[in-house]
Design a protein. Structure first.
Length: 274
């Protein structure tokens, strides 16, 4: 066999195994379908937010169990993804349990769509499942194809993950403490990390996801999965994160425009002077 044929076979072998893609798709589809069935009697779909990080944890564990990798990179990707999924999933589930009614985003969707209970199967649960599969590609690739020694990219990815994880966790903790104080009802959180960014939790999430990607692509054949952090960043900035939240906050929070004028929307930096 020629060198070119050997290299081509090795390249194909390093792609995500087809049976892993099929298995992961089936399990995520089953999970989202089951959650949709649960939402019908509850008349509330808000808990799907808690499944978002947990879904990536499921993708990572399926990849690890199905392919039984022995490389330390596979275990590193699994451990970091699990840590993030458990931390954020627990936080979001706890937040949902404390809310007396469905999240306002989903209430608005329900009001616009007379058949929302049934349509939510694909506009909420199905869509989120599909996004988890697409954004989870580096996890599948990094775990199932781990081969190259740990190196500089892994160190850089680990640094980004730790910084992003700590920022997201601290921002969430500061926001939770602010909301627990009844005196802050209707006010704007503008202290701590929230004095440097209007959405430090989202910024931390973005940074940690780019870190996970760098670890997963230390084998250069996996660079094609860059679609994952790009899509995650776009969703946070333009779709379900910053843009959507900003529109609601400007309507519900007195003084938010003044806060926005002095505070970065996303990337943290010292507040502007009045």
């Amino acid at each position: 066999m020629g060198a070119g044929q050997s290299a081509g076979r090795n390249q194909r072998a390093r792609m995500i195994p087809a049976d892993l893609l099929i298995l992961t798709t089936a399990i995520i589809a089953a999970c989202t379908f089951g959650l949709w069935l649960l939402s019908l009697p509850l008349k509330d779909v808000s808990f799907i937010d808690a499944f978002w990080p947990l879904g990536f944890g499921i993708v990572a564990w399926i990849s690890y169990v199905a392919t039984a990798p022995e490389h330390p990179r596979a275990l590193l990707v699994l451990a970091l993804t699990s840590l993030w999924a458990i931390r954020l999933g627990t936080y979001l589930l706890s937040r949902w349990l404390q809310e007396p009614q469905e999240d306002q985003r989903y209430q608005a969707m329900r009001a616009r769509r007379p058949g929302f209970a049934w349509q939510s199967l694909y506009v909420v649960f199905g869509l989120q499942g599909a996004l988890i599969l697409i954004i989870g590609l580096p996890l599948m690739a990094g775990i199932s194809n781990a081969a190259a020694p740990l190196g500089l990219l892994d160190a850089l990815g680990m640094t980004l993950f730790v910084l992003g994880f700590l920022m997201e966790a601290l921002a969430d903790a500061q926001l939770a403490a602010f909301k627990r104080n009844a005196a802050n009802e209707g006010k704007v959180l503008d202290t701590g990390l929230w004095a440097w960014s209007r959405h430090p939790n989202y910024f931390g999430n973005t940074v940690l996801w780019w870190g996970l990607f760098l670890i997963a692509v230390a084998d250069t054949q996996n660079w094609w999965t860059i679609i994952s952090p790009i899509l995650m960043t776009w969703l946070i900035l333009r779709v379900s994160g910053v843009s959507l939240l900003e529109r609601g906050l400007r309507k519900r929070r007195a003084g938010y425009d003044a806060y926005a004028a002095r505070t970065s929307a996303f990337i943290p930096h010292p507040p502007r002077r009045s």
